[in-house]
Design a protein around this ligand. Sequence first.
Ligand SMILES: *Cc1c(COP(=O)(O)O)cnc(C)c1O
Length: 321
Amino acid sequence: MTSDLPAEREPGAAGLAALRPRLPSPLVELPDERFARRGVRLLLKRDDLIHPDLPGNKWRKLAPNLRAAAASGHSTLLTFGGAYSNHLRATAAAGRLLGFATVGVVRGDELADRPLNPSLARCAADGMRLLFVSRAAYRRKTEPEVLAALLAEAGGPCYVVPEGGSNAAAARGCAELGLELRGMADVVGVACGTGGTLAGLAAGLGEGQRAIGFPVLKGGFLGREIERLQTEAFGGRRGDWRLDERFHAGGYARTTPELDAFADDFTARHGLPLERLYVAKALHGLTTLAEAGEFARGTTVAAVVTGAADPAETAETAETA
Ligand SMILES: *Cc1c(COP(=O)(O)O)cnc(C)c1O
C-alpha cells in the first residue's frame, strides 16, 4: 500500500482538493422532542454535504484509495457492488471527475440482459464499464483465480478497491470523521454496511466518546470484520464501539412499515428526507434507544448522516438483497 505517503508526494491529492470537499463536514443541532424529553441533545454530522457526487463516507473512504491509486501509477479502478450500490456510483463519479477509467463488477449476471436500473445507468453514464457476474462468482471475488479472471476481462492493470470501498486506507480516511467529532458528542451513531466507516470513526474518537454501529445487513458477522479492518489499519482494536443488530429491518434494502413510518415522520418533523438504505435505519435505532431511556440525561448524541436521500434508491427493495 502507498497510502502512507506524505501529502505532498501524493499525485492524486491536488485533483481531490480541486473538487473542494466540504470538510470538516457541518455539525448541526436538531431539536427533537423524543430526545429532549430525556434530557438528551441530538446533533447531525452532515457528511452527506461533503461532495454532491461523492457524498458522505464514500468521500472519506475513496479519497485515500484514489491517492494510493495515483501514487502507484494506476489509471484504472476496479471495484465491486450490487445493483444499487452507492459505492459503485461514487467510484464511477470519482473516475469521471479525476480522470480514472473505472470497472464495476456487479453482482448478478441476470442483470446483463435487462435495461440498466437508474443507479447502474448513472455508473455507465459516468464511463464505468460494468462486468456482470453470477452470484456464485461474486461470492468468490476475492479468491485469486476469480480476481485474476476479472482483471483479465478488465484488460489491464487495475487498482482494486474492495466491495463497499472498505480497506485499511478507507478506515484511516474515516478516522478523520472521529477526529472532527472529538469533544462534540458523547455517543456517535452510524449505519454500517461493510463496517469501514465505524472502524475508522471509532479509532478517531477521543477519550470518553463511544460509537454505536447499526448494521443494515442481517448476519452477525460484522463485528469480526470491523476488528479485522481496525487491525489492518491501526494495528489492533481501537476505540469504544459496539453494534446494535436490531434495526436492519430484515436486511439490505429491506424495510418494514415501522421503519417507513419512522422515516416519513422524521421528514415531516424536520423537513429532511432520509437516505433509506442506511441513514434511516441508524436514526431509527438512535431514536428508539433514546425513547427507551438508554442515554443518561445530559448525553449528547451525534448521528452521522452518511449519505443523501435519492429517489432512485428507495424505489426498489427485494431485488437487491
Ligand atoms: C456505503 C454507505 C454506508 C456503509 O458504510 P460502510 O463503511 O460500508 O459500513 C452507510 N451509509 C451510506 C449512506 C452509504 O452509502
